[in-house]
Design a protein around this ligand. Sequence first.
Ligand SMILES: [Ca+2]
Length: 254
Amino acid sequence: MSTPTPLLRATLLACVLVAGTAAQAATVWNEAVNGDFSNLGASPSLLALAPGSNLVMGTTGRVNGVVDRDYFRFTLPPGQQLDTLTVMPGTVALGLSALSFIAVQAGTQVTVNPTGGSPAGLLGYWHFGENDIGFDILGVMSVSQGAIGFNSPLPAGDYAFWIQDTGNGTATYHLDFGVSAVPEAASAALWLAGLAVLALPRHQRAAVQRPPRARSRATRLACSVWRSVTSPCCAVASWRWASSSSSWLAPPSR
Ligand SMILES: [Ca+2]
């Protein structure tokens, strides 16, 4: 058996580290344990998210004519980003539409009137329910009609969330906020270059270590992949807007 090159060893180690990070999970707030979230957009409850999985569990709904609105916020420090917001099993919405409402605003407060008629000021929102279980809704929130919109993943910064269900009874939501460290340009390029090298047959992987004049056509192709991933054009994300005709607080029909 041949001895792995330093590049191969580094790539395999990175795979193990990434797998280990993805496996981490933590409940950052469970209303049954930690108490009801703030009902005021001006003073949301503070969460401490960390790289990996961050579970948030709570209830909302209308009891005795009063809507339990939940507001919470968190700060993503420099070097971290919110990659996903996944609806988890256990989520149960109310009403004929069986949809709850979630919104995000930049900053430490939600200043949008919860009974107003406009989502202006929100970064995004979505109506979620059991049909969303297992799905990441961050992307659809980013293109909600009438909101500011954002590019997903959410970068470092302060974010305030608002969840409500105005149906009669108690709705339950289980949400997983997926946070990761932002890959540095140099390490990302090394990672992708390592994957390109791994895709080569053994003799061509060895050729990567040889001087340029001795490299084969396939090896030169791997090198071109490395150059392409380091190109600034790869960092340009597209900006999308929704064409949905649904109103913002009224759950859409689907
Ligand atoms: Ca609550």
